[in-house]
Design a protein around this ligand. Sequence first.
Ligand code: GLY
Length: 380
Amino acid sequence: MTAEIFSHSPPQKVMNSSPDVLIIGGGAMGLATAVELACQGVSVTVLSRDFQEAAVHAAAGMLAPQAEGLPPGPMLDLCLRSRAIYPDWTRQLTDLTGLETGYWPCGILAPCYGTVPSREGKDDKWCDRNTIRQHQPDLSPDVVGGWWFPEDAQVNNQQLAQVLLQAAQKQGVTLKEGVTVTDLEIENNQIHRVQTNAGPWQAQTYVLTTGSWSQQLLPIPVVPRKGQLFSVQTTIQPLRHVLFGPDAYIVPRQNGRIVVGATSEDVGFAAYNTPAGIQSLLAAAMRIYPPLADLPLEDCWWGFRPATPDEWPILGESPYNNLILATGHYRNGILLAPMTARLISELVLSGQADPCLADFSWQRFPQAQPSLGLPALAHS
Ligand code: GLY
């Protein structure tokens, strides 16, 4: 903000004392980045429209670059780097807050049905019919074997959401809940300020972490992809690992809960569970692990994954000098939270983009190029 720019502005009272960084979006990416920046002495404000709607609550918390079958390349590399820093990251969050995240390096088993798949070119660990049952008893007779990914893990995403919130508060981040950004005001190719339902806000640098809702502010191709989930509760957890089946995954928590997910539906923001969605998950999960059928059903819910056309996130610089993007993490948001926070914080602090960010630039999407005559990216 400069005095000169300010003098051109309408006489509206700015609602804040101009933090260094204003983060738009209070989900996992926004909070993780806020904590990282605040730990480095940066003053940060987070504007959150509705914390409860963030994708972090809806996820199952798998840290599964291998079970998800990501092909070799920049996305797998980024996900593996993030998985590698998860133990330290969650430990630091626990040190900051005294709260547990439920990080559990339990490994993931990916059971298969039908004919035994070809192992050509794969160095992953294949378990035959007997071996997979040594890892996890009581699998369905349909399971002919499966892949074992010992380095894949999980975190309790609902605990993580609370830990991130507490860590942000402890580090002095200003959290504004119930604040919807309605407009990015541009001057000289910079965000001059943002308009919200609670008045205008200004900062030196802005970070957009609005996930599925990103298109409400910028014409970047991020759309909601609905996931429905349900849970059952046990007194003694019978599962030792995450089970990543063909049509559902089963995520055991150390507290006895078992989370089952998830549908993947292109239905916009249809905010409800459906009988068809839950039925498909029940059938797929009981086929993998039949004892699930007799456990007490606990809850069902849904969320919206922010999906891009190539299913990779949009990270790094934007068309505007002081706006940084961290959105579109699709199926890997929980996994990528620590690496996203690290890379975005480094960019904010040094002004230098890590070379790996080039593969995740918004510019890979022609429909997001202002030069193609698409809608202006914002109003001035
Ligand atoms: N990460 C799993 C999912 O999005 O369903």
